[in-house]
Design a protein around this ligand. Structure first.
Ligand SMILES: NC(=O)c1ccc[n+]([C@@H]2O[C@H](COP(=O)([O-])OP(=O)(O)OC[C@H]3O[C@@H](n4cnc5c(N)ncnc54)[C@H](OP(=O)(O)O)[C@@H]3O)[C@@H](O)[C@H]2O)c1
Length: 346
């Protein structure tokens, strides 16, 4: 038996803000029979993750591509790998059988072929919606958890600033920080997002960075006693202003620099005298390096979800066709919470 499989590719490398027209929807036939002993599988994708880092993979070159794995460069015309949740429809892998639910590296497609070395695992939904296993209980969640607890080493009562705070990683960092007893201020790109941070997610304060003309004085206003922790999702001038407002021995976790992904001319240039004399620690990190925390992260986060202390924030679009719009929307600030595309009914 075979199926017609639709999948997305990029037409050419994308060097600045992505547009829907940069993508091509292709169709090919996919045989649902596999060579015996090949250890391959075919899965039907249910939900796929839409993430900013994919843009760095779509460029002709980027330092991110040198780390390999998830961040490897994407060639125009090639299927685009992405994290997702799927159901096995054919398997020659002895660890999986038809009907199993899996989570891991699939593709922006209706069906994906998973090689014998595929990054995939069996999924136990633990009573949560499957979409949670693409975001809050997957890499976005681990990024927020590892970045905040391992890199920032927070203490109760410390003052925390989070950028892109209504996004997938940012909203969780703010919520973990509140649960840890910190004072939390977030910034986001619209009035609606600011309201949500304060009224639904329990941030102490939030502001719309698009309305501010002098970020340095904005942060002075929100942090008259200085910032202890800055969780950076955006880079550039926000990072400079945060460093200028850090307290001695402050920590900056550089999670992402999304404002620099679409504008190669933008680069954060924090004041290095501040960094030295205030003994500020600025550290980049990758969630994948903290996979050892996964069980701890899952048990803490699922407990908080069950008790209602943690609010899941998801932004789900429907259908494979919506992927380019959903992806380009990340860089326009369209999404509120984890951006996910639902490909098929569960
Ligand atoms: N280190 C890691 O392992 C790791 C893992 C996952 C994600 N990340 C990084 O973490 C950051 C957040 O990722 P996410 O998945 O949670 O995405 P997200 O925050 O859910 O979505 C992106 C958001 O970024 C904001 N944004 C877009 N362009 C911007 C610009 N030019 N200036 C300021 N803000 C802008 C938008 O919100 P506004 O409306 O607020 O502008 C948008 O909604 C990204 O930089 C990503 O690359 C790193």
């Amino acid at each position: 038996m075979e199926v017609m499989n639709k999948y997305w590719t990029i037409k050419t490398h994308i060097e600045d803000a992505p547009k829907e027209a940069d993508f091509d929807l292709k169709t090919s036939t996919l045989a649902l029979s596999l060579d015996p002993g090949s250890k391959e599988m075919i899965v039907k994708n249910l939900y796929v993750s839409i993430d900013p880092y994919q843009l760095n993979r779509m460029k002709s070159s980027s330092s991110s591509q040198k780390t390999g794995g998830f961040a490897m460069g994407i060639t125009p015309g090639q299927e685009i790998e992405a994290f997702g949740v799927a159901r096995v429809v054919a398997s020659e892998n002895p660890d999986y059988e038809k009907g199993d639910l899996v989570a891991g590296l699939v593709t922006w497609a209706e069906y994906s072929k998973i090689g014998s070395q595929g990054m995939i695992r069996e999924l136990d939904p633990m009573g949560f919606p499957l979409s949670y296993h693409v975001g809050i209980l997957a890499f976005s969640g681990l990024t927020a958890y590892a970045g905040f607890f391992e890199i920032c080493k927070p203490k109760r009562g410390e003052k925390v600033f989070v950028s892109a705070a209504s996004g997938s990683v940012g909203n969780l960092v703010g919520q973990y920080a509140k649960l840890h007893g910190c004072y939390v201020v977030g910034c986001a790109g619209s009035k609606r997002k600011v309201q949500l941070l304060k009224e639904k997610l329990g941030f102490d304060e939030a502001f719309n960075y698009r309305e501010e003309t002098d970020l340095n004085s904005t942060l002075k206003r929100y942090f008259p006693d200085g910032i202890d922790i800055y969780f950076d999702n955006v880079g550039a001038e926000m990072q400079e202003a945060a460093v200028a407002n850090m307290n001695s021995f402050g920590r900056v976790a550089v999670c992402g620099v999304i404002s620099e992904y679409t504008d190669s001319g933008k680069k954060a240039a924090p004041d290095m005298l501040d960094v030295i004399y205030k003994r500020i620690k600025i550290q980049g990190f990758l969630a994948g390096d903290h996979i050892g925390l996964f069980q701890d992260f899952i048990s803490t986060t699922s407990d908080h979800l069950r008790s209602g202390e943690l609010c899941p924030l998801e932004d789900i679009s429907d259908g494979l066709d919506s992927i380019p719009f959903a992806f380009a929307g990340l860089f326009r600030g369209d999404n509120i919470g984890k951006k996910i595309v639902k490909i098929a009914e569960e």
